[in-house]
Write a protein that binds this ligand. Structure first.
Ligand SMILES: Nc1ncnc2c1ncn2[C@@H]1O[C@H](COP(=O)(O)OP(=O)(O)OP(=O)(O)O)[C@@H](O)[C@H]1O
Length: 299
């Protein structure tokens, strides 16, 4: 079942279109990622899903409900992560949980939620004194306090150190495992690749691609990376002209070519023809990072 349906949504600010006909559905129980460069229209899109913004055209449904017309019912189904500025610095973790629990008719058990998010020891700590990771865990707890069926997490791990980020990823997976659908806005390829079942790549207010992480890598023109140190210098233009070569770079004597299997075969043939040996030859799958650059540049 589709938990979120976005269909032909458009939004302009002061005559400038920033969301230009976006459509996607998020199935119940999946982690759906929205990935895109700065200013692509990601936040505007999810704010339409949350009912915080009204689309100029198109429709949004959350569990079949209109987030604007059925705002109260949608608020009970959808948990949104707060922005930092929305919490009083003097509020303690326990008080914040109590305050937000009061908004819902059947809130989650506060102490169980605090325990699950590793906040039990910080219940009496004021918001201003929490670390970045603790703040993010509190925001997740507040998004879950109403026992939502879907949560929207917008750039949740920005500013966290690598360990806190990985801990947060684990939490997001646990949320999904508990049956909650997750709509995740992120800048981090590694995060999207690790967590998301499907990803919509948004660029310039439009969907540039929508697929599983491995599907996105496959569909990019740069799904394979071949790199080696040639025994003699090679002409970059000649390499760039090889079949399906998407990019060619030289990094400290090492030639790095993004392309497809066809490119790999062509490189090997070229080297053999020239009698050039390739030292430290490596052929690897491209990462989502490579695919993202390729997909957003092409769009
Ligand atoms: N209330 C507003 N009034 C005018 N312009 C806005 C408003 N909100 C957003 N914008 C502009 O709309 C564009 C899309 O913004 P949005 O926040 O949706 O992008 P984003 O993909 O989430 O970007 P980022 O990754 O930088 O957060 C940006 O150019 C932004 O400056």
């Amino acid at each position: 079942m589709a938990m979120v349906e976005v269909s032909g949504v458009r939004k302009a600010y002061g005559g400038r279109t920033v969301v230009d006909g976006i459509s996607f559905t998020v199935d119940e129980g999946e982690i759906f990622g929205i990935l895109g460069p700065n200013g692509a229209g990601k936040t505007t899109t999810v704010e339409c899903v949350e009912g915080l913004r009204v689309p100029d055209a198109g429709t949004v449904r959350v569990a079949g409900l209109d987030p604007v017309a059925d705002h109260d019912r949608v608020t009970r189904i959808l948990g949104a992560q707060l922005q930092e500025s929305e919490l009083q610095p003097k509020l303690t973790v326990g008080e914040a949980l109590e305050l937000y629990a009061a908004f819902y008719p059947e809130p989650a058990d506060r102490s169980a939620l605090a325990e699950r998010l590793g906040l039990t020891a910080s219940l009496t700590t004021r918001f201003a004194k929490l670390s970045g990771g603790q703040k993010q865990r509190l925001f997740i707890a507040l998004a879950l306090i109403g026992r939502p069926r879907v949560v929207v997490l917008d750039e949740l791990t920005t500013g966290l150190d690598p360990r806190a980020r990985r801990d947060t990823w684990q939490l997001i997976e646990e949320i999904r495992d508990s049956g909650v659908t997750v709509l995740l806005v992120t800048h981090f390829m590694e995060e999207a690749q690790r967590l998301c079942d499907r990803i919509a790549v948004i660029d310039g207010g439009r969907i540039a691609a929508l697929d599983t992480p491995s599907g996105l890598i496959r569909r990019s023109t740069a799904s394979t990376v071949i790199s080696f140190i040639p025994s003699q210098p090679l002409d970059g233009a000649e390499l760039a002209a090889l079949p399906r070569a998407a990019s060619v770079a030289t990094e400290g004597g090492r030639v790095v070519i993004n392309g497809t299997d066809e490119t790999v075969n062509a490189v090997i043939t070229l080297l053999a023809r020239r009698g050039i040996t390739a030292r430290q030859l490596r052929v690897t799958d491209a990462t989502l990072d490579d695919a993202f650059l390729d997909l957003t540049e092409r769009f």
